[in-house]
Design a protein around this ligand. Structure first.
Ligand code: 5AD
Ligand code: SF4
Length: 439
């Protein structure tokens, strides 16, 4: 058996893709190992969303290079969004790299691996006609963790002025319904009880199904009929693609969890316009009101960028007001940083110190809201999907329907069990509960 080490950066879609790459190379006789030193093939599944992403990949390759002297058979590959963005540049700048594969070409990995074994370099950053998912059918029927990601949509047509995704992942493409159902069924047979549907702009899903293109809400309602699948989540969404049916599903589809990641990025209309977000602060707030009317206990998550070009103190205060008005259960926030090739990269930039100051203020507010949302859970009953044993003897940990990490005495419960539990304590990043009964 040859040994494969995959290092995954970035979003959940990369986690999903890494699994698919491991399966594709499994067919070539590879098993996965957890240390790069043991590997015959190292794949870096890269992310391009953060600043200097490419530079960081080049330094990682530099760190791995000495392993090639220790194991002359070792091959190094770069996958993911940096591979897509840099392409041949990687081969030119880093001669120790044998293989460069873009996110749309993973099904071609077996052939690329053969080429690499024959001493050639292999590069593929096409957006091929054939469907990579057809070729990446999950092979082994092995039991797996109770939660899984399932990519249903890739790419984005929104072109927010700060974002590289439309360039690295390309145009929006949705997988056909039948293919998704087959994969979901397969996951459930292997022990999965919760599926998170993934897409860069997942609520724009419009995959081919019976009677025409299906919306994300239709897909969720169909998946909810899969026996054994208990929980459905989806991420990440754009406010403009939250249609009425998807809002309604939050109220009437029991298996759709009351957690929504709905980035707004900023609270000033001027900045939203400059970001090309195509919505206003007010339309976002009204949208949240409608979703909360459907599902009052929804836990809302978001993404924020501070210091976008042109952001004044007043614009930043608008973002703070929006956060106060909406009240988030949790959120991610970033200082704007330039991505070469995106429109905002060419504009006059906000001072780095100003960005840092704003980010600290914003994160402090978001942290307060997160803690308040967690504290409010104490005394309430939640359903926890157990994911693994906890740090303490006999303890189990899992996630509530609101995606809070919850730990509790195991009392004989197994990984994969759904346990009704009463929250007794709120710690900074988790809740403590006592089990009531198994479901
Ligand atoms: N600068 C800062 N944050 C960014 N994001 C995307 N591009 C940039 C950028 N250039 C953030 C957005 C997005 C999240 C995944 O990353 O908030 O929603
Ligand atoms: Fe990027 Fe999301 Fe905007 Fe698409 S909707 S361009 S993925 S930030």
């Amino acid at each position: 058996m040859k040994k494969l080490y995959i290092k995954t950066y970035g979003c959940q879609m990369n986690v999903y893709d890494s699994e698919r790459m491991a399966e594709a190379l499994g067919g070539q006789g590879y098993t996965q190992v957890t240390a790069p030193e043991d590997a015959d093939m190292i794949l870096l599944n890269t992310c391009h969303i953060r600043e200097k992403a490419a530079e960081k990949v080049y330094s990682e390759i530099g760190r791995l290079k000495p392993l090639k002297s220790a194991n002359p058979d070792l091959k190094i590959g770069v996958a993911g969004c940096v591979a897509q963005a840099e392409g041949e540049e990687i081969m030119a700048r880093a001669p120790s790299v044998d293989l460069v594969v873009g996110p749309q070409s993973y099904h071609r990995l077996p052939a690329m691996e053969e080429a690499v074994q024959a001493g050639q370099k292999a590069l593929d950053t096409d957006f091929p006609e054939e469907d990579k998912f057809e070729h990446l059918k999950s092979r082994p029927k092995a039991k797996r963790a109770p939660t899984a990601f399932l990519t249903v949509q890739e790419g984005c047509d929104k072109f927010c002025a700060f974002c590289v995704v439309p360039y690295t992942r390309g145009a929006e493409v949705s997988r056909p319904v039948a293919q998704i159902l087959t994969e979901a069924q397969d996951l459930v047979e292997r022990g999965v009880r919760e599926i998170t549907l993934l897409g860069q702009n997942v609520n724009a899903y419009h995959g081919a199904g019976e009677g025409g293109d299906w919306s994300l809400a239709q897909l969720i309602r169909r998946l909810a009929r899969v026996d054994g699948l208990e929980r459905i989540r989806f991420t990440t969404s754009h406010p403009n693609d939250m249609d009425d049916d998807l809002i309604a599903a939050h109220g009437d589809c029991d298996k759709l969890m009351p957690y929504l990641h709905l980035p707004v990025q900023a609270g000033s209309d001027k900045i939203l316009k400059a970001m090309n977000r195509k919505h206003t602060a007010d339309s976002y707030i009204r949208l949240i009101e409608r979703i909360r009317a459907a599902r009052p206990d929804l836990l809302l998550s978001g993404d924020f960028i501070v210091g976008f070009p042109g952001e004044t103190d007043a614009d930043f205060e608008d973002t703070m007001s929006l956060i106060r008005e909406v009240n988030y259960g949790q959120a991610y926030s970033f200082k704007y940083s330039t991505r070469p090739g995106t429109p905002a990269a060419e504009r006059d930039q906000v001072d780095e110190d100003v960005k840092s100051e704003r980010l600290a203020k914003l994160q402090s507010l978001l942290k307060d809201q997160q803690i308040a949302a967690q504290d409010a859970m104490v005394g309430r009953d939640v359903t926890v999907l157990l994911e693994k044993p906890g740090r303490l003897e006999g303890q189990m940990v899992g996630k509530s329907e609101y995606l809070h990490a919850v730990h509790m005495p195991g009392e004989g419960a197994q990984v994969g069990d759904l346990v009704r539990a009463r929250v007794v304590e709120s710690a900074p990043n988790s809740l403590a509960a006592v089990p009531l009964h198994r479901l």
